[in-house]
Design a protein around this ligand. Structure first.
Ligand code: FNR
Length: 361
């Protein structure tokens, strides 16, 4: 039976993957409240309980030619649906990130490659040379190491640096602790360590993230690269205003798929506050809980320029590698096309706040 929606891929991946890998992908922090809320919030606004986000369709608008194309940081993508950074793709499929990169290139969308990629960055770039790629950086306490990595990704043609700000420390992922996953993940990392280093310590001790990093350090990053810098994980207007002040090029509103601080707002519930705070001075994107074309439409109506998918890409990879990721992207792009047509939008630029309402249950 063909898989018809993104959650069909989730069910397949659950069947196919070893338990510890499945738990690693699906897991949230602590009670996984925010992970689950990311999805529920598209249907139901929790902070105004009993309200839900609903669409307001407009008809008789000639939707023969619906155009889903848009741009991010000035580069064209075929739809405002791209790929969030997730680590360790080789846990799920043998040539991991290389398959993901080829699928993204074929779909004409951006792939944010994680610092915790399990294929060498050179191989990822070479396998999909025409694909739009950004690189997600966890800043290492050894600044020289980070500088070398930044220069390497710049020379490999990555087009933006995404700094993940919500991991000064790893969230409490209970399943991973119970499954003692660390060593397995260590062995998969390609870019960060010598083989000798890969053997014993927990991966976050081995690949430490600089928890001292703060706003003033962004000027150091800006001094070592010409790439636009995007901050991933901003959830408040205060931080959004600081991002504007520090000449950042974009924000991904995100709570790391509910894997870091539990009990924060669902991404979609934090979006409007961030969009209002930046006052159009930079592009705002969103990830977390996007599972359907209607979710994409709602996020764009609330001010996102583009959304990114995390877990659904890994489900696609687990299903059939490159072809599985292509299928996932195709399905949600087609759903989004339908959402646009059925709400009366010919172009992405027409999507606006008037297309949604908060209705009482
Ligand atoms: C992630 N995420 C993540 N984020 C990041 O900045 N760097 C990383 O290496 C990872 N790794 C990672 C691994 C796995 C298995 C998951 C599920 C997530 C977070 C990711 O980029 C994104 O924010 C969420 O996955 C988005 O939520 P959905 O689409 O999974 O609901």
């Amino acid at each position: 039976m063909p898989l018809a929606c993104l959650t069909d891929f989730q069910a397949f991946a659950r069947e196919r993957l070893p338990k510890s890998t499945w738990d690693f992908i699906e897991g949230g922090a602590d009670d996984s409240f925010t992970r689950d809320d990311n999805i529920a919030a598209f249907k139901r606004k929790l902070f105004v309980a009993k309200h839900r986000i609903r669409l307001r369709p407009r008809y008789l608008k000639n939707v023969v030619n619906v155009d889903t194309r848009t741009t991010i940081q000035g580069e064209e993508i075929t739809a405002p649906i791209c790929i969030s950074p997730t680590g360790f793709h080789c846990l799920v499929w043998p040539d991991g990130e290389m398959s993901t990169a080829r699928a993204a290139q074929a779909a004409g969308v951006c792939y944010i490659t994680s610092t915790f990629a399990t294929c060498a960055l050179e191989d990822i770039a070479a396998t999909a040379p025409r694909g739009l790629r950004w690189f997600q950086l966890y800043v290492h306490p050894d600044r020289q190491l980070s500088k070398q990595l930044v220069q390497r990704v710049e020379s490999l043609g990555f087009r933006a640096l995404v700094i993940t700000v919500d991991v000064p420390k790893l969230g409490n992922r209970r399943h991973d602790i119970r499954n003692q996953l660390d060593l397995k993940l260590n062995l998969l990392l390609k870019d960060l360590h010598s083989p000798k280093e890969r053997t014993s310590m927990p991966y976050f001790q081995m690949s430490p993230i600089d928890s001292s990093i703060c706003w003033n350090d962004l000027s150091w990053l800006q001094s070592i690269t010409r790439l636009p810098i995007i901050l991933k994980g901003i959830l408040t207007k205060e931080d959004a205003e600081l991002a504007v002040k520090h000449n950042i090029h974009g924000i991904i509103v995100s709570n790391h798929g509910g894997r870091q601080l539990d009990d924060v707002l669902a991404s979609i519930d934090a979006l409007a506050e961030v969009v209002a705070a930046v006052k159009g001075k930079m592009e705002v994107y969103l990830d977390g809980g996007i599972r359907t074309g209607n979710d994409v439409l709602k996020a764009l109506a609330l001010g996102a320029k583009c959304v990114f998918l995390g877990r659904p890409i890994l489900w696609g990879l687990a299903y059939k590698g490159e072809d599985g990721v292509k299928e996932v992207l195709n399905i949600i792009k087609n759903e989004f096309h339908t959402s646009m047509a059925l709400t009366g939008c010919q172009s992405v630029a027409e999507i606006n706040q008037d297309m949604i309402q908060f209705s009482r249950l």
